[in-house]
Design a binder for this molecule. Structure first.
Ligand SMILES: Nc1ncnc2c1ncn2[C@@H]1O[C@H](COP(=O)(O)OP(=O)(O)OP(=O)(O)O)[C@@H](O)[C@H]1O
Ligand SMILES: [Mg+2]
Length: 333
């Protein structure tokens, strides 16, 4: 599997293109239009005309009506979704926690998987990394360990967590010697699919073996992107990695959406970046955009999702709206 991991093999790296903001040619070079990007993928885009509000959303497209997700009568047949971007600090962990909590509010049974040795997801839900008996590391490395031994409640009703801590960094090294090393997480999560409606995997900021495991185990991937210029750099490499995993390991893998985070609509800069995201990824960009607010950092300090810490805040509402959009696109479809 030489060359699938970002950065490990120069010939597989797409040429890096440095361009000034606003250059249309450069957009084409940096983000070649794919069939997925140009087709109206989401149900959002094929809504009957009456279902579109007519108002322009922050992405510059008409905002569709996003219905409250359908209630579920029985759980199971989970969709596995990875939050993936090799750039650090773009909102992967914040999105995993808060999208998960919002989906749980809508009655979905949710499992969050902390797949980052930094353990931020676990800490963000109030766990102490030094007091964990079992983590995802045990599940990956010891076939005798069962999910039930490792899953813990997240504090949010209907949402559980597979925690992680620094031990996971050893797994990346040890897995290299395993047979079917890219399928290890897929094997570990297989029994959870029948129990949950959604499984969200919080990836680490790299495109190494752990992230390839997450993409191999997933039906879909959500790419959170900070709405600032440098966020666009490296996206071509991420896209190439997703495409390679799709070709070589997981043909069913889909991009469920690209999420603009830390958006500041008051600046021209923020609006321009969002515009370029839509040019590059088309309808794969979620209509929902997460604005920049300090409430997210505050909620991490108390170890809670924003949906419970500041339930009425605009940040909580944004993640509820994202949950509706995700449900419409790929859960209730
Ligand atoms: N919409 C937002 N507004 C303001 N701050 C935010 C927002 N989303 C996330 N943050 C803050 O930005 C920081 C990085 O967010 P987060 O940890 O979710 O990113 P990440 O992509 O998971 O990072 P890493 O790559 O290190 O895992 C955190 O302190 C978080 O509280
Ligand atoms: Mg993170």
């Amino acid at each position: 599997m030489v060359g699938i991991y970002g950065g490990s093999s120069a010939p597989d790296m797409p040429p890096r293109v440095q361009v000034p903001l606003g250059s249309e040619d450069a957009m084409t070079l940096q983000f070649p239009t794919t069939p997925e990007a140009s087709e109206p993928t989401a149900e959002v885009a094929t809504e009957p005309a009456g279902e579109v509000t007519g108002k322009l959303g922050p992405t510059g497209r008409p905002m569709p009506v996003l219905p409250t997700p359908k209630p579920v009568t029985a759980h199971g047949n989970a969709r596995v979704i990875s939050m993936c971007n090799q750039k650090g600090g773009v909102g992967k962990t914040t999105t995993t926690i808060n999208l998960g909590a919002a989906l749980a509010e809508f009655g979905r049974k949710v499992l969050l998987v902390d797949f980052d040795p930094q353990g931020s997801l676990s800490v963000g839900l109030g766990l102490n990394p030094h007091e964990m008996d079992m983590t995802i590391y045990n599940l990956l490395m010891d076939p005798e360990t069962t999910l039930d031994e490792v899953v813990v409640p997240s504090g949010v009703p209907g949402m559980d967590l597979l925690p992680s801590n620094i031990d996971l960094s050893a797994a990346e090294v040890q897995l290299v010697h395993e047979v079917a090393r890219e399928q290890t997480l897929q094997r570990v999560l297989a029994p959870a699919i029948a129990e949950y409606d959604v499984i969200l995997i919080d990836c680490q900021p790299s495109l190494g073996l752990l992230t390839v495991n997450a993409l191999t185990a997933s039906h879909g991937v959500i790419v959170p992107l900070e709405c600032e210029y440098f966020a666009l750099r490296g996206v071509a490499l991420l896209k190439a990695t997703i495409d390679k995993v799709k070709q070589r390991l997981n043909p069913g893998l889909e991009v469920d959406g690209v999420l603009g985070t830390m958006y500041d609509g008051r600046t021209l800069h923020g609006r321009e970046v969002l515009e370029r995201l839509v040019q590059a990824w088309g309808d794969q960009v979620f209509h929902t955009v997460i604005r920049r607010t300090v409430k997210f950092s505050d909620s991490t300090v108390v170890g809670e999702p924003i949906t419970t810490y500041a339930s009425g805040s605009s940040g909580a509402e944004a993640y509820r709206q994202l949950a509706k959009e995700v449900a419409l696109r790929c859960l209730d479809a």
